[in-house]
Design a protein around this ligand. Structure first.
Ligand SMILES: [Zn+2]
Length: 227
């Protein structure tokens, strides 16, 4: 009753549709939660996200939680997390994502979870790394070890590196990230985590140096995927 009374004074609203939340709802109303465009690609026999990397890099599995469509609910929700300071909404989504993967037994052979790193200067400016909390959330739900010390971004801007023809691009993306602790990844199945999967170039650039130091396999996970 006290809770309901406080809700009357400080109405808690759904971060997606702004309607008042009812007692057990947290951050997102039940209607919006059911409306979330989950991909469920991890349940498909042929995961279409893995196909995106064909001919580019050998990747075992690719998991993305939500479909990102311009103007859609995913964009709205990611904007809240990133620019309107609702990290707890991000954490909630990551928990749902992780539980889906755990339920489908998709994380059993993952041995280390690694976020896509930001360049040091950008990290200083922004204060946090978006892919970091996603990776930590999946790690804590699944009890798989996490490390943000394995990969380092050595090139600040990716825009230049992503230009040019295929060979030139390959040579450039190949140098964006380096592995700081090769001994930590050797012979391990690594899950590299980012916030949104678009062209896949960033994840590809992370995977290259990891494969070079002989990790066993690479998989990717992102909170959303551009459709
Ligand atoms: Zn809602």
């Amino acid at each position: 009753m006290i809770k309901d009374f406080f809700n009357l004074i400080f109405p808690r609203c759904c971060l997606a549709c702004q309607k008042a939340l009812i007692s057990d709802e947290l951050l997102i109303c039940t209607h919006c939660r059911l409306e979330l465009p989950v991909t469920n690609y991890h349940l498909w026999e042929e995961n279409p996200l893995v196909m995106r990397f064909y001919g580019k890099i050998t990747v075992k599995e690719v998991y993305s939680y939500l479909k990102f469509i311009k103007g859609g609910i995913t964009q709205k929700v990611l904007h809240k997390i990133k620019y309107e300071n609702y990290p707890e909404l991000g954490q909630l989504l990551v928990t749902w994502f992780a539980h889906d993967l755990i339920k489908a037994q998709k994380l059993l052979d993952i041995e280390l979870i690694v976020p896509v790193p930001l360049h040091k200067s950008r990290l200083r400016k922004r204060g946090y790394n978006q892919s970091d909390y996603i990776a930590r959330g999946i790690a804590s739900a699944s009890k798989v070890p996490f490390s943000d010390q394995v990969l380092e971004r050595s090139v600040k801007s990716e825009s230049q590196a992503m230009k040019g023809d295929r060979l030139e691009r390959w040579q450039n993306v190949n140098k964006i990230f380096k592995v700081r602790r090769p001994e930590e990844v050797k012979e391990k199945h690594i899950l590299v985590v980012d916030d949104v999967l678009t062209t896949g170039a960033t994840l590809e650039a992370c995977a290259m140096p990891l494969l070079e130091v002989e990790c066993k396999a690479i998989s990717f996970a992102t909170l959303a995927v551009a459709i």
